[in-house]
Structures are given as structure tokens and as C-alpha cells.
Design a protein around this ligand. Structure first.
Ligand code: HMG
Ligand code: MG
Length: 307
């Protein structure tokens, strides 16, 4: 199959990225980070989470962040919503795009949102119904699609089953997550055709974490099936506090470097993403994991040393 000519990146740094940071980041810094990301050409920036502040204290300021960011025309800013309470909070902050999230693993779903998969689907049915009534765009996540952190078996059929139910309840797009970064390309090759039998190509995204270094290989495998919507995070931030061992999303700079090198367009300026990453690195207590970010930084240092 010929590869897609254009890819849509859904930026995760401000949500999946910051939710996994231990040191508390100020609201002003979160806003600045998102405002920098808004200048990059990204069209989709997941901004924050209206989950329980007890579950994710880092994002307790979701409403303040969401109302303060500069909304660039043409850019959508979805927010995570776990229930009707989160939906009401998101709406009063002005959100017009949300994401609900369940998983293919029962164990993970219980740990993450304290529901069984069926309970989560019942909860989200009400949320999605409210959203559709309000003209709100909805994404549905299926986490742990390639493996569970708790050892329970996940099969492609289980992923497809949850995906079908999310689509049937009215989700506009699905994002299939390798939450703990265990997937390999042969799994992508097996899962993707099965998904595409129930999920239209223009409504399917992949969300690869890079815990074991397989995220770009998985992304390339998905491209070969025509998939063209991918989640990634500036600098490679990310992880789910309820998925032991999970580390960052595939770095946005890494994805851009590979895709642009292959002649695939994204409309996103890697130098501007790097500027956002630099800003957040200055706030965080650790280095960023994106290889392309590191290589570009090192090249700059060499240039400065040689000047
Ligand atoms: P629970 O304790 O079972 O729920 O949590 P509850 O309804 O009994 O509520 C407990 C308390 O939280 C109550 O307050 C509620 O009012 C409050 P209290 O009476 O004790 O003072 N509460 C809320 N407050 C604000 N906003 C809300 C809200 N809901 C309840 N929305 C719940 C269940 C789902 C709420 C909780 O487990 C939760 O918020 N979990 C979110 C966990 C999370 O955010 N995980 C990371 C995101 S998922 C992810 O990263 C994967 C992804 O990236 C894809 C991938 O990688 O695969 C998306
Ligand atoms: Mg994730």
C-alpha cells in the first residue's frame, strides 16, 4: 500500500505529558507551554484533564488552564473527561472537544478509573450523549491495546469489541493506545486490519508510548495500513500514573523528523515544537527523552562550541 501523503499529529504533551510529572507545575507555565505549542502548526492539542483532582493532582487546575490558553483559530483543544461531573466542568470552562477513555484490560480500567469496562462504557454513553446534544466533538481512547501492565491477556478481538462499542455510542474518533509501550509492529499488522473492518480510516488514531523503543516502528507499520492520525508528545513526555512502568509518548520531534524525512507532510514546524520542549524542559526536573530533540540540541551545542 502507498503511504499517506499527509499525517495529522495529535499533541499529548500538555495532558499525557504533564499528568505524569511529579513536581507541581504552575498554571502559568502550563498555559505558556500550550501557547507555544499553539504556534507550531499543530491542529490538535490535548490541553488538560477534567478528571478527579485526587486521581491526578497535577491537572487539578484544568479549568484555569483551559480558560487562560490562547485558542488559536483552526486549532482544537480536546480535554479528557471521565464522567458527567468532568463533562460539566469541561463545558463550563468552554471546552468544545472531549475525550473519554476506557481500555481493553479489565485490570487497568479498574485501577485507572475504578470501573469495569462495561461500567465505563455505560458512564461514557451518558457523557457522549450529552456531548452530541451540545455539538461537542468526542474522541474515545482504548488503552492497553497491546498489553496490560497487570499481566491480563489482551487480544485484538477485545480491542475491536471495545472500539465498536465506543463508535456505536457516537465517538467521532478512536485512539488506540499502547499505554505501556509493549507493542511491536507485527501486533500492529494484526490489529489494524481487524480495526479497519469496524472503524473508518478517517476516524482511527494510534497512541504509541515509547517505553521499549518500538513506537516509531509501530507508527511506521500503521502508516503502511494507511493510518494517518497519530498521537505524540513534545519532547517525549508522558505516561499514565495508573499504568506501572509506563513512560513517555513517542516524541513529536521524533515523529516529525521521520515523517518529514520520508516526504510526508504534517504542517507542523519541528523547530517551533522544539522551542516548546525547551521551555518545558526548563521547568521540569529531568531531561527530555525525544531522540530528535536531543540530537538537535546537541547539534546546536556543537555549533556554539565551534563558533
Ligand atoms: P472514584 O473515586 O471511583 O469516583 O473515581 P467517585 O465518583 O466515587 O468520586 C470520588 C471523588 O472524586 C468525589 O469527591 C467526586 O466528587 C470526585 P469527594 O466526594 O470524595 O470529595 N470526582 C471528581 N472531581 C472532579 N472532576 C471529576 C470527578 N469525578 C469524581 N471528573 C474517577 C473515579 C474516574 C473519577 C477517577 O478514578 C479518575 O478521575 N480517574 C482518572 C485517572 C486518569 O486520569 N488517568 C490518566 C488518564 S488515562 C491515560 O493516560 C491513557 C491514555 O493516555 C491513552 C493510553 O496511553 O493508552 C488516555
Ligand atoms: Mg497515554
Amino acid at each position: 500500500m502507498t503511504l499517506p501523503k499527509t499525517v495529522t499529529i495529535v499533541e499529548m504533551g500538555a495532558r499525557d505529558g504533564l499528568q505524569n510529572e511529579h513536581a507541581l507545575i504552575s498554571t502559568a507555565d502550563k498555559v505558556r507551554y500550550i501557547d507555544l505549542l499553539s504556534q507550531t502548526g499543530l491542529r490538535w492539542i490535548e490541553a488538560t484533564s477534567f478528571v478527579s483532582p485526587k486521581a491526578i493532582p497535577q491537572l487539578a487546575d484544568a479549568a484555569e488552564v483551559f480558560t487562560a490558553i490562547r485558542k488559536v483559530p483552526g486549532v482544537r483543544y480536546p480535554v479528557l473527561v471521565p464522567n458527567l461531573k468532568g463533562y460539566a466542568r469541561a463545558r463550563s470552562a468552554g471546552a468544545d472537544a472531549i475525550a473519554v477513555f476506557t481500555a481493553a484490560s479489565e485490570h487497568f480500567t479498574k485501577r485507572n478509573i475504578n470501573m469495569t469496562i462495561d461500567e465505563s462504557l455505560a458512564t461514557f454513553r451518558d457523557v457522549v450523549q450529552a456531548a452530541k446534544g451540545d455539538g461537542v466533538w468526542v474522541r474515545g481512547y482504548v488503552s492497553t491495546a497491546f498489553g496490560s501492565p497487570f499481566g491480563d491477556v489482551v487480544t485484538p478481538a477485545m480491542v475491536v469489541d471495545v472500539s465498536r462499542k465506543l463508535l456505536e455510542m457516537g465517538c467521532d474518533e478512536l485512539s488506540i493506545g499502547d499505554t505501556i509501550g509493549v507493542g511491536v509492529p507485527s501486533q500492529v499488522d494484526e490489529l489494524t486490519p481487524a480495526l479497519l473492518r469496524v472503524v473508518p480510516l478517517d476516524r482511527l488514531a494510534y497512541h504509541f508510548h515509547d517505553t521499549r523503543g518500538t513506537a516509531l516502528a509501530n507508527l511506521y507499520a500503521a502508516l503502511q495500513h494507511g493510518v494517518y492520525i497519530f498521537d505524540s508528545s513534545a519532547g517525549g513526555l508522558g505516561g499514565c500514573p495508573y499504568a506501572p512502568g509506563a513512560t513517555g509518548n513517542v516524541g513529536t520531534e521524533d515523529v516529525l523528523y521521520m515523517l518529514h524525512g520520508m516526504g510526508i507532510q504534517t504542517g507542523v514546524d519541528i523547530a517551533k515544537v522544539r522551542a516548546a520542549s525547551r521551555f518545558i524542559r526548563g521547568i521540569l526536573d529531568h531531561e527530555l527523552t525525544s531522540k530528535a530533540f536531543q540530537a538537535l540540541e546537541a547539534a546546536d551545542l556543537r555549533r556554539t562550541a565551534n563558533a
